[in-house]
Ligand binder design. Structure first.
Ligand SMILES: Cc1ncc(COP(=O)(O)O)c(C=O)c1O
Length: 345
């Protein structure tokens, strides 16, 4: 079966293809050499995203992983420590980049998704000194990918900010899907922005752009970020073609995320009776725990694929469904029909 035969692809919100309007915006974008800082569309996108989060500046990067790793190098010097969830993208799916590129030592709290206990984090922070590795930053993920799209409550984030301030360490947000949190909880993007020293935000997850993420922070940090990006090979030339897709996505595809959340809720409701929902569904991710199911994750994925429905396998008994711009109501109907039949055994 080729991708063209697939009826509905629920593996990830990164599988979307640019819409006609987005392609038109890309085709007509004003461009220049962004390594010289001369691409007007990139400059406009960076200014727009910085303003959305209430920060001084932002930097366009080719991927969310690079945006995260640039930000971590900004706030944690080589040999010093980053604290995060054991399931965080920065230590799970970025192929050891914090250690390999930044010389950063990472220490993790037990995976809790969005349900962070600030007291646990506070107790982990190590002070300045030569005896133990000093903590320099705490990173959180909003929404939490492996945590099933959970949204960290604003009160928890405020508490983490207080802990970071008391300890004199930085707070970073992997905001690949911060737009989803904003839509789910109604917290203004600037409200999130005010709580973090650095953020990374993605245009290619749920918002439908083909490429692109941004690092957000102070003017001073972003000037340093530009150097780190170049060092990592992320300096792009006429990147305005890509930035135009991002600007289009911000203008047209943020509010509509509510529809993706509603579709995820429909999927969750349909499969809940089978006892396979790993957690309450808040956004566009539907995590499955197949421990008590009649089949494992590979068998589920294979059976669904045979009927044109693609799901992600995350582990032997864990899988994931993700709603996005390219899955319509008919796709959800089909997925419900196929998945409930497969789960019935
Ligand atoms: C939470 C989170 N952060 C960062 C990334 C990295 O994005 P990219 O694939 O663009 O490197 C992802 C990718 O899915 C993600 O889910």
């Amino acid at each position: 079966m080729t991708v063209a035969d697939v009826f509905v692809d629920l593996r990830s919100d990164t599988v979307t293809r640019p819409t006609r309007g987005m392609r038109e915006a890309m085709a007509t974008a004003d461009v220049g050499d962004d390594v010289y800082g001369e691409d007007p569309t990139v400059n406009a996108l960076e200014a727009e995203v910085a303003a959305l989060f209430g920060h001084e500046a932002a930097l366009f990067a080719p991927s969310g992983s690079m945006a995260n790793q640039i930000a971590l190098q900004l706030v944690v010097p080589p040999g010093d420590e980053l604290l995060c969830d054991a399931d965080a993208h920065v230590v799970t799916y970025e192929i050891g980049a914090a250690a390999a590129y930044g010389g950063i030592s990472s220490r993790t709290w037990s995976p809790v998704g969005a349900d962070i206990d600030p007291d646990v984090v506070a107790a982990m922070v190590r002070p300045e000194g030569y005896h133990a590795v000093p903590t320099r930053a705490i990173a959180v993920e909003q929404t939490h990918n492996r945590g099933g799209g959970g949204v960290i409550p604003l009160a928890t984030l405020r508490e983490l900010r207080r802990i970071a301030d008391d300890a004199g360490v930085a707070l970073h947000c992997d905001g690949a899907r911060i737009w989803h949190a904003h839509v789910a909880d109604g917290v203004p993007l600037a409200g999130y922005g005010a709580l973090f020293d650095t953020l990374s935000v993605c245009l290619s997850k749920g918002l439908g752009a083909p490429v692109g993420s941004l690092v957000v922070g102070s003017a001073d940090k972003i000037a340093r970020a530009r150097v780190i990006r170049k060092r990592m090979g992320g300096g792009m030339r006429q990147a305005g073609i890509l930035a135009a897709a991002g600007r289009y996505a911000l203008a047209h595809h943020v509010d509509r995320l509510a529809a993706d959340h509603a579709k995820a809720a429909r999927l969750a409701e349909a499969i809940a009776p089978f006892g396979v929902l790993a957690t309450t569904v808040r956004t566009n991710l539907v995590p499955l725990d197949l421990t008590k199911a009649p089949l494992d994750a590979h068998a589920l994925a294979a059976a669904a694929r045979a009927e044109g429905v693609l799901v992600s396998v995350l582990g032997p008994r864990t899988a994931r469904l993700v709603t996005h711009l390219d899955v319509d109501d008919a796709g959800i109907d089909r997925a419900v029909e196929v998945l409930t039949r497969v789960l019935r055994g």
